[in-house]
Design a protein around this ligand. Sequence first.
Ligand SMILES: [Fe+2]
Ligand SMILES: [Fe+2]
Length: 384
Amino acid sequence: MSITEKGNTFHSNQELIGRTEINDLEAIFNEVGAIEPDGFHIVEDHCPAEFTWNYDKGARPALDKLYEKAKRTQWNGSTDLPWETPVDQEALATLAYEQGATGPVASRDLSHTALASWGKKEWVTLNMEYQNWMLSQFLHGEQGALLCTAKIVETVPWIDAKYYAATQVMDEARHVEVFSRYLDTKLNGHYQLNAHLGLLLDDVLADSRWDLTYLGMQIMVEGLALAAFGFMHQTTSEPLLKQLLRYVMADEARHVAFGVLSLQEVYADMSAGELRDRQEFAFEAALRMRDRLAAQEVWDRMGVAPKDAAVVAGQDQGRLEFQSMLFSKIVPNCKKLGLLDAGDGWLRDRFTEMGVIIFEDFVDTVAEVDLAAEVGPAERALVD
Ligand SMILES: [Fe+2]
Ligand SMILES: [Fe+2]
């Protein structure tokens, strides 16, 4: 139920995310989202396009520096990656199983679930399905970023942000291209857009306030993607995927920094009520991003019912730690934007409840981009 306090309207969990308990695993697994036939998914975009007559390129030096960096570090997904590398997905999935990275572990009681009778074959299949699913979600998320960034070009009122966003449109097209090619030529199956990620992308694209496009995409979706790419980059032994992820991550770090630099200026002048709206949006987005990791489409394809999948998820310490680690970029960036502690620390309390507040003092992405080596045509000879 909404509560109005000091003129501000606060929303309940039910209103924000459609359930009362944030950790209700069965509700998370039962979310099906919009199931649509192949083809189109239409979202009405209510944002007005805006011209500016102020062409001053130096008005925001930090954005200008990022724009210059983006132009220097473009790469070509067709020619800069070793696509000739053979990838044996089943052999890699089997190796992961044999090394104990996945499969049954002593601490999990699976005796009353469909997984009790699983052998090596099923666990290896799960590994492959999970990889197909993960890369498919990266692909759909990249298309979401492509559409959101095109929207920012239209709607942001500053010329320097329009310039930078235009470079990001090109980056995102390249990311869609390389993830699509990797799925088509190196893996063995696709998944539709995850239900929770779909709800978030629709919200971000439909909102009429341009700063919420940034908050939903650059801070939340891309912040989580940056951490997820980093984790996969560290753990995969497949050289093509490793290189692909390294190039994509160099772009993504700039995109998140673009969000932080732009929103810092906007949020500095916002009222408490307006900031509370942004805090609620950030909380909703964080939960959607976390809930997507339950990967219910994989369990569904493996023939495991939501209640059994919830038992496995609830017991799996490794999965919970991985899930929490993915917030290592989002939380410090929200802190840098002042969103954690605005309005009596409402978002700090929510992130505490989610178990991710421990990341608040991790390095924020603007600092990270300043420190990072550039990956681009001139530098590639040095780093490869
Ligand atoms: Fe991207
Ligand atoms: Fe991006």
